[in-house]
Design a protein around this ligand. Sequence first.
Ligand SMILES: [Zn+2]
Length: 128
Amino acid sequence: MPDSNNNNLKLFLELVPCLRCGNPFMRSPGKKEDICENCIKLEIRKKQLEKEISDVQHKIEDKINNFKIELTDQEKTYNKDYFLERIKYGSAALKKSIELLKKIEETNDEKYIEEYQKLFEEIKKDYS
Ligand SMILES: [Zn+2]
């Protein structure tokens, strides 16, 4: 009978607490996952973000190096303050991005991912 099959399936599911966020979720006994679907999605988002972040960090580093080279060019007579400001801004953005990455890693808090995404968009606009 199909009905008894369905019942059996339900019995096999167990309610377990998510290792990460503590929320209970349904798991079939054969399965090994110990974090809930939300946390799995968060993990995927984190991975994508980390990849994008490292790309942008490299871009900032390149830009900073270019600024430094421009600054040492004595022939040019433009505003050195402008380049110093740019270097300062780039370093601050780099530092902030590393701090946020650490927070995301430590807490798995979605709020930091949101914060990061905002910073990230700003940096991208500025450094592309
Ligand atoms: Zn969870």
